[in-house]
Design a protein around this ligand. Structure first.
Ligand code: LLX
Ligand code: CA
Ligand code: ZN
Length: 426
């Protein structure tokens, strides 16, 4: 039995959007995932909610109003060459029918998830339709248009002094890192394939550590192809343990991109479902309020398997390896198992040597140690600044009522903490 209260966002419409013929991103994976979750009866262990649809104004908490206005008012055939140039549109980020609604649904679910965590309505909130970590303030990138993650984190920051963002998608979480690069209120931690011109190419080196007040609060773990469960979990656990020790987040956002799985159409890691899920379980067992999000993932059947398995981990329910009959059973042919044998996938040799992995762990440790010496760390030990203790938070439904002035001040963004506030007017 789960000791945790788990909320789960789902709207059947979200699986009906199409990026266009030949595009690897298939929103239909969300419908298949949801049916698999239900066929295992996991919906009975969670509070399912139909998400709020985010408004243009919600999106402008992070994005440029001109960009959001363009997304809202453009139809596929009306995109001019000037728009294409200005908003960096191309084959990766096409304008498709219903694009704005697709973004509104996934962003609304992440935003509502953050609100539920803020109000202590749950301990974990799952939104498999979220996790658009590449979207930038002024433009889409890597199939992502609206950065639901940044918007959800901004919501968490209303109540939480320190938010940790963890990203196990195979790609660098560049959009989220960029948004919080100058602040210590959010630590971003991404594990990703780096080098050989792997997307997004230009970011994700271990030397990107943040600037100004954000120095030491961006953590990057660049990996080489073929990393396996054992090596990945070793590095994940070591780095996470140091992050928890030095940063002590009061909320976590976990992006669970399934393109880091073995056999992914666009990926090149060698993780099994179990290896990927071990990271989710590790975060869950930290007992910190957590928003669990989807992300990339291009071998549809494995995405559905992965996020169903990870839903079961969140609710602490063991589920059978035999997939129950459901309307999408065909996807799981020929053996209808939840955990496929990764030996049957294209073999990619592990290019990460033991020395390389240990060197990265050492580098992140040396960087994280520096957090201790930065001004933000003083917040940890000062009672006025410490997070209202978990029990107290649960007893206090409206945090505005009993907060001290100091607590209140800490919730207010410092000047220039995030992007400049030019998007308040819309
Ligand atoms: N990494 C990632 C995470 C979430 C989404 C898209 C991506 N992008 C890629 O995986 C990628 C792959 C190859 C080239 C460039 C980017 C995403 C999730 C849901 C809906 C839309 C995008
Ligand atoms: Ca990543
Ligand atoms: Zn990805």
């Amino acid at each position: 039995m789960s000791t945790k209260k788990v909320s789960y966002a789902f709207c059947e419409d979200v699986g009906n959007f199409h990026y266009g013929t030949g595009h690897p991103m298939k929103p239909h994976r969300l419908a298949v995932t949801h049916h698999l979750v239900m066929s295992y009866g996991l919906h009975k262990k969670m509070q399912i909610f139909r998400p709020y649809k985010a408004s243009a104004l919600d999106m402008c908490r992070f994005h440029d109003p001109e960009y959001i206005n363009f997304l809202q008012n453009t139809v596929p055939k009306s995109v001019s060459i000037q728009d294409r140039r200005q908003f960096n549109l191309g084959d990766d980020c096409p304008i498709f029918d219903g694009l704005f609604d697709f973004c509104a649904l996934s962003t609304g679910a992440s935003l509502e998830g953050a609100q539920k965590l803020n109000q202590n309505q749950c301990d974990i909130c799952i939104n498999w339709s979220g996790g658009f970590h590449h979207a930038k303030k002024y433009e889409p990138s890597g199939f992502c248009y609206v950065n639901d993650i940044v918007i959800a984190i901004l919501e968490l920051l209303k109540y939480h002094p320190r938010v940790l963002y963890v990203d196990i998608d195979i790609h660098h979480g560049d959009g989220v890192q960029e948004a919080f690069y100058t602040t210590d209120r959010v630590m971003t931690l991404s594990f990703h394939k780096y080098g050989d011109k792997f997307f997004p190419e230009v970011s994700g080196s271990m030397y990107e550590i943040g600037i100004d007040s954000g120095r030491y609060y961006s953590v990057n773990v660049p990996l080489k192809e073929g990393i396996d469960d054992q090596n990945y979990f070793h590095i994940f656990k070591s780095v996470m343990t140091h992050v928890m020790e030095f940063y002590r987040p009061t909320a976590i956002v976990l992006q669970c991109g399934a393109d880091s799985l073995a056999g992914d159409r666009l990926g090149c890691f060698s993780l099994s479902l179990k290896g990927h899920g071990d990271c989710v379980k590790f975060v869950k067992d930290l007992n910190v309020p957590t928003l669990v999000l989807g992300g990339g993932g291009y071998t549809l059947r494995n995405v559905a398997r992965c996020w169903t398995y990870e839903t079961s981990l969140c609710v602490d329910e063991e589920i059978s390896n035999i997939i129950p009959v459901n309307i999408y059973s065909e996807f799981f042919k020929p053996d209808y198992v939840l955990h496929p044998n990764i030996e049957n996938f294209r073999k990619i040799d592990n290019a990460n040597s033991k020395q390389y992995i240990e060197a990265i762990i050492q580098h992140t440790y040396d960087t994280l140690k520096m957090c201790q010496h930065s001004p933000a760390v003083q917040m940890f030990d000062s009672p006025a600044n410490a997070l209202i203790d978990e029990k107290e938070r649960r007893e206090e439904p409206n945090p505005d009522v009993r907060m001290s002035q100091q607590d209140y001040d800490d919730l207010i963004e410092k000047n220039n903490e995030f992007y400049e506030k030019d998007n308040d007017v819309m």
